[in-house]
Design a protein around this ligand. Sequence first.
Ligand code: FE
Length: 296
Amino acid sequence: MNHSPNTKAGSHSKPVRELLATYKGQPTMDGDGVKLTRIIGTHQLNMLDPFLLLDAFSSDEPLDYIGGFPSHPHRGFETVTYLLEGQMRHKDSAGNEGVIQPGGVQWMTAGKGIVHSEMPEQIDGMLMGFQLWVNLPQRAKMSEPDYQEFPTDQVATERWPSGTHIRVIAGQTNQGTTGPVKNHYVHPTYMDVSLKAGDMLEQELPATDNTFIYLIEGRVSSGESSSDKPKNIIDPQTLAVFDQGEALRIDAHTDSRFLLISGQPLNEPVARGGPFVMNTKAEVLQAFDDFQRNRF
Ligand code: FE
């Protein structure tokens, strides 16, 4: 396959990723009646290996979130909670407890099993954020649980003279800004990009990664600009999935903010059962059994 049409002569030598598809997600409820939009983990987009789920929650109506996510188990993957507004308290069976504040992130490796609760630490006001599930490879599904939490001032931030800023949770920008999260199993990139109108982000990524952006606000386009190939416009609250390639290019038409998430696919069988994600159905049934027998 000749990728030369994707290559802008002169300035870039690397094939730029093409927009493959966009998804709007679907409204749903989880936990104790928390209203959210499921973006990955739907009928339209069951998963995007190694990402199993992406939820967005955003409401200033307390009834939409006050129930939170009372005590529940996980096994076989990692949960990443990133908060933009509001506060969430989490507590788990490994003895970890903390409050995630705006701009803060919690990266929890459930491994062989953890029981935790995730509850709003507020009774009114805005609560806004995301939860991403990152799958674990077969060899790590029964690993010891692990836990990393970074308040907003420990999330690496790259600032451009234009006003663009990139918060790096995991991975590295082309300029070398590196996120604080240490990944032992899969090595995803997770960035929160605020791109000023007229600015362009070019981000190199492992060529075979599965890569997406979720546009929080603004208006961006992707790919090379040329007269014979109009750019792909991405609307707010949309997930945009890209083809393989070494570089992602995003142009901001207005001041825009998006999550950029990318990861190497595991290419392993996936068996899902509620809060457990294993390789086989038998392993999922074992997880339910272990949980019921208090073996977590
Ligand atoms: Fe959870």
